[in-house]
Write a protein that binds this ligand. Structure first.
Ligand code: SF4
Length: 274
């Protein structure tokens, strides 16, 4: 892992209109994400903010986020909110700053907002007491494989999949709705029937109401970072992934069929989002 550069700054707004159709508002208490996933689609945020550091090596803390969101909530039409669309709201820095926790607290006592979190971190369990006081919370756990070594290669700054599953079980046991995000399925690494079954089964056992499954979009920036990780740790896979990249439609069809078959045998509700 590279050394992390941390800084604070003030934001003008926090509850932004989401570009995701099923979502009304995105809330990102941090700029950047030190989970540093090699397939991350949010790296454009660095460019957007003119930050030259490598993705995963910096995090900006929106230090006035709790005050900003507390003012925004009463002015916004109720709707679906998601914490963590271009960062993980529970990345390690949250342990000290508690910015996400303070933003969540602003939703306590409000009506009509569905407050969701998508995370790779078990730190979210710390805030179960706040989630229990929100009208309509849910927590999605993102897992791309169960193998801790592989997860460390592709998500070097994130807690292990086992810790995420334990957190999922804990929140579920406390009555907080949880769901799974199996995405992106890692081409040649977690896309076999066996690997898919393992992930779906464990998410089901951990209490997931349903699982969203997504494939990896190997557009040039993602491919460059993913290929570098493959070359270092799984060089024998590079050609196979290159072949997948050259026929994305064929791969998607095959993967979608495979996921459908496995989901039916495991008996878990799955939405394939590709
Ligand atoms: S946790 Fe999400 S936002 Fe953070 S680096 Fe990974 S994919 Fe990107």
């Amino acid at each position: 892992m590279p050394a992390i550069r941390e800084f604070t700054f003030e934001c003008k707004s926090l509850m932004t209109k989401s570009g995701i159709a099923s979502l009304d508002y995105a809330v990102n208490p941090y700029l950047g994400c030190t989970h540093g996933c090699v397939y991350c689609y949010a790296t454009f945020m660095a460019r957007f903010k003119n930050i030259k550091d490598e993705w995963g090596s910096f995090v900006g803390v929106k230090e006035n986020a709790p005050e900003v969101i507390a003012k925004e909530i009463p002015r916004r039409k109720p709707g679906d909110v998601c914490f963590g669309t271009v960062c993980d709201a529970y990345q390690p820095v949250e342990e000290r700053y508690r910015t996400t926790r303070a933003c969540l607290e602003a939703f306590v006592g409000t009506e009509g907002f569905e407050v969701g979190i998508l995370t790779k971190s078990d730190l979210v369990v710390r805030d179960a007491d706040v989630l229990e006081r929100i009208e309509s919370p849910d927590v999605g756990f993102s897992i791309t494989c169960l193998d801790a070594g592989l997860a460390h290669v592709v998500e070097p700054g994130a807690p292990s999949p086992a810790r995420r599953l334990a957190a999922m079980r804990e929140l579920s046991a406390r009555g907080i709705p949880v769901w799974g995000f199996f995405g992106p399925v890692l081409p040649t690494l977690s896309d076999s029937e066996e690997a898919i079954e393992e992930v779906l089964r464990e998410m089901d056992r951990a209490g997931a109401s349903h699982v969203l499954v997504d494939r990896m979009n190997l557009y040039p920036k993602v491919w460059a970072r993913f290929r570098r990780a493959l070359e270092q740790r799984y060089p024998e896979r590079v050609d196979a992934v290159r072949a997948i990249k050259s026929d994305p439609d064929g791969y998607e069809r095959e993967l979608s069929d495979r996921v459908g078959r496995v989901a039916a045998s495991v008996g878990v509700e799955v939405d394939v989002c590709f």
